[in-house]
Ligand binder design. Sequence first.
Ligand SMILES: *[C@@H]1O[C@H](CO)[C@@H](O)[C@H](O)[C@H]1NC(C)=O
Ligand SMILES: *[C@@H]1O[C@H](CO)[C@@H](O)[C@H](O)[C@H]1NC(C)=O
Ligand SMILES: *[C@@H]1O[C@H](CO)[C@@H](O)[C@H](O)[C@H]1NC(C)=O
Ligand SMILES: *[C@@H]1O[C@H](CO)[C@@H](O)[C@H](O)[C@H]1NC(C)=O
Ligand SMILES: *[C@@H]1O[C@H](CO)[C@@H](O)[C@H](O)[C@H]1NC(C)=O
Ligand SMILES: *[C@@H]1O[C@H](CO)[C@@H](O)[C@H](O)[C@H]1NC(C)=O
Ligand SMILES: *[C@@H]1O[C@H](CO)[C@@H](O)[C@H](O)[C@H]1NC(C)=O
Length: 460
Amino acid sequence: MLYIVTVIVIVSLLEQTYAVPCSGQQISVCECIDTLVDCENLNLTTVPSNIPITTTKLGLSNNHISTIAEHAFVDLVSLESINLFDNALSSLPAELFSSNINLKIITLQGNNLSSLPAQLFSSNTNLEVINLFKNALKFGGLVFLKHKPGVYKFGFQYFKQFTTRIVFVEHQASDYVKIFFNNALSSLPADLFSSNINLESINLGSNVLSSLPPELFSSNTKLRTINLFDNALSSLPAELFSSNINLKFITLQGNNLSSLPAQLFSSNTNLEVINLFNNALSSLPADLFSSNINLESINLGSNILSSLPPELFSSNTKLRTINLFNNSLSSLPAELFSSNINLKVIFLNSNVLTTISANIFGSLTNISDLNVENNPLVCCDLKDFIEWLDLQTKLTEFSGQCTYLANDTDIRDFNTSECIIPESCKHGDTNKRSDGEWKIPRKWKKKPSPLIFELKSSMK
Ligand SMILES: *[C@@H]1O[C@H](CO)[C@@H](O)[C@H](O)[C@H]1NC(C)=O
Ligand SMILES: *[C@@H]1O[C@H](CO)[C@@H](O)[C@H](O)[C@H]1NC(C)=O
Ligand SMILES: *[C@@H]1O[C@H](CO)[C@@H](O)[C@H](O)[C@H]1NC(C)=O
Ligand SMILES: *[C@@H]1O[C@H](CO)[C@@H](O)[C@H](O)[C@H]1NC(C)=O
Ligand SMILES: *[C@@H]1O[C@H](CO)[C@@H](O)[C@H](O)[C@H]1NC(C)=O
Ligand SMILES: *[C@@H]1O[C@H](CO)[C@@H](O)[C@H](O)[C@H]1NC(C)=O
Ligand SMILES: *[C@@H]1O[C@H](CO)[C@@H](O)[C@H](O)[C@H]1NC(C)=O
């Protein structure tokens, strides 16, 4: 009895997963697995006829298909996913997917499409993902967003995890951005996205946009991600993001922004990440981030900021990362980070700081990474900062040097209480010990040269 049951179970498992050649002329080269039809990697030059009408997933990737007849998929009303990845398609018929009303995923990556018919996805109101990476499109997919309220995500399922810099870091290739987004858009109509009320993500990166209409995103209240990476924006309208209360990520990296309106982010209470890396910002409004109480990461690196308003980050108690790398900061306001109790990572490297005062931080912090490299820091002016450093229990990654007697020294190796000659006049006398001797840096004491050592020994 047990034996029979076991056999039945095994047989039914096999039935569910066993691939068999599909039946019918042409299609017999493909394998059918339940309602999945696998015609991948077969050197096909055309779509085979007789695809079963019950097919839900159709795989045609890695073939040499260069043209597809308009009616090729006309019977496939159950089709949910079609994969045409890596073929040789340079055009598609306008009605190709018009019967496939259940389609959710269309993959056209790695073809040679230079344009798409405007009506191509007009019947596919259930579409969730269109992947058009690595084609030769000149005008991206924006046209479809405008005409097709059903096409909400438009390939962003793939991009959700690729916000901001990760595109570059993990994929190096700007290819992802460039091929998909590298268009020549210099301006956009104000109502481009006005019917796409469910849109969650808009990526306009790598275009040549120099300005944006104030109402561009005003209907898109569900937006979570806006990417305007690598354009030529030199200013933004104050109300640009004012309707986007669900926005979590804004990327404005690689533009030419020299200033920002104080109200720019004032409606975006759910914002978690703002990336303004590599712009031309020379100053910031004091209350720029004051509404963004959920902000976790601010990237202001590679701008030309020479000073910061003292209260700039005072509302952002959830902040974990602040990047101020490669600016022109010569000093930092007192208490700059004192509200940011969750701060973990701070980049201050490549500025022109001569000193860093401990009073910019809280006394005990959660900071784990702090980089102050490549600043003209004066060792003997870092007394309270070094004392603060010694109190930090979670600071595992610290790097920074300071200058003492024209030598660069690791800040952590330097003993300020022993400054031998004042580096700056204002601290002059405090660097003399009470007995009138100049103080000596700790580093020198730890590793005395043989000469000094002999001298000391002979004095005993
Ligand atoms: C496809 O063509 C290549 C090169 O001609 C050949 O090596 C390969 O075996 C072919 N694949 C099939 C499934 O016929
Ligand atoms: C891509 O299509 C263009 C015409 O649109 C053609 O000139 C070119 O040879 C095609 N490239 C490939 C790799 O098929
Ligand atoms: C950046 O903006 C300034 C004006 O603010 C303009 O003079 C300059 O040409 C712009 N640079 C680029 C690369 O667009
Ligand atoms: C530093 O910022 C300037 C613009 O202020 C930029 O031209 C330069 O490429 C940046 N350097 C790095 C290493 O990012
Ligand atoms: C560090 O972070 C924890 C968790 O968010 C927080 O409760 C704590 O107050 C922070 N510690 C300090 C010293 O600010
Ligand atoms: C450090 O500075 C002292 C005094 O100016 C100088 O004699 C010495 O050569 C310097 N050491 C290094 C490694 O540059
Ligand atoms: C710093 O120098 C002072 C005075 O010479 C000395 O008492 C102290 O132990 C030194 N600190 C460290 C950490 O070496």
